[in-house]
Design a protein around this ligand. Structure first.
Ligand code: SF4
Length: 273
């Protein structure tokens, strides 16, 4: 890591369209007004409409445009890369999408400029987020440094009048509408809220070649009425456990799908929140 001078460096805040990175953008504006911050969104071109709408709300509050990498900067979208990967869908163990759609475009955007990268990891989280392999990019964690926890994030968004992104009524994170990190109940939510996007997600799958978004289950299987009923019941059970304010204790609970608080699951490190 090279020494980076705050005055001459670039200051970049990655905005994902999620609650934490939005709170970070607001927090930076309010607590470090001397910094000339660039707000950057890595656009896969497959985000939810609610995310694009939320970005416009954030821009209005910040009074500054958010740079959309991909569409504005000649970067290629998901479909191009899927072709390059011969239709091999990304998954938690083959996460090529994060690399080619988020990390590489971002690193190209920064180039060799000495840069402070502001990352929205909260004080109550135990994860590292994006780790730069480039010595000219130095990550900074203002939410962590300033002791900002999840309730503070909600307060910051409410005080700013921005509120939460609309998708949070049915999905916990930003990201592509077909993201393989989403929970089964969120797939059901996509089917309810955006049946057209659910159909498009289905079209990407090739179950005969084992190319499915969820491991071992195609969306055609998932959309069957009995399966949806089971997923909804599991979600109710999960909500009951969370409402009792306890973590799953029994082994059966530990291995039951979708029982942990989604906010504590590890998702795409540069994509979400
Ligand atoms: S949101 Fe999900 S599918 Fe989209 S780039 Fe990130 S990990 Fe991949």
């Amino acid at each position: 890591m090279i020494d980076i001078d705050e005055k001459s460096a670039r200051h970049i805040c990655l905005v994902s369209g999620g609650k934490d990175s939005t709170a970070l953008a607001i927090h930076l504006r309010d607590t470090r007004p001397h910094l000339e911050v660039e707000y950057v969104f890595c656009d896969t071109q497959k985000e939810l409409p609610e995310t694009y709408e939320y970005l416009v709300r954030i821009e209005a509050y910040l009074g500054k445009p958010i740079v959309r990498l991909c569409s504005e900067h000649g970067e290629r979208g998901f479909d191009h890369w899927l072709q390059m990967y011969r239709g091999f869908l990304p998954s938690p163990s083959a996460r090529w999408c994060t690399k080619v759609l988020k990390i590489k475009p971002f690193e190209r955007y920064v180039g060799d400029d000495p840069t402070f990268l502001y990352v929205g990891i909260r004080a109550d989280e135990d994860r590292e987020g994006y780790i730069s392999t480039k010595p000219n990019i130095k990550p900074v964690f203002p939410l962590k440094e300033d002791g900002i926890t999840k309730p503070d994030v909600f307060r910051i968004l409410e005080d700013a009048g921005i509120g939460l992104p609309d998708y949070m009524s049915w999905r916990s994170r930003s990201g592509c509408y077909f993201c393989f990190f989403q929970r089964k109940i969120e797939w059901v939510g996509l089917m309810d809220r955006h049946p057209d996007l659910f159909e498009r997600a289905k079209e990407y799958e090739k179950p005969e070649e084992f190319f499915t978004w969820c491991q071992g289950e195609s969306l055609v299987d998932l959309e069957q009425p009995e399966r949806i009923q089971t997923i909804r019941e599991q979600e109710l059970r999960r909500q009951e456990i969370l409402a009792k304010n306890r973590k799953p204790r029994t082994l059966a609970e530990m291995f039951a799908p979708d029982l942990v608080d989604p906010d504590e699951e590890v998702g795409c490190l540069i994509c979400h929140k």
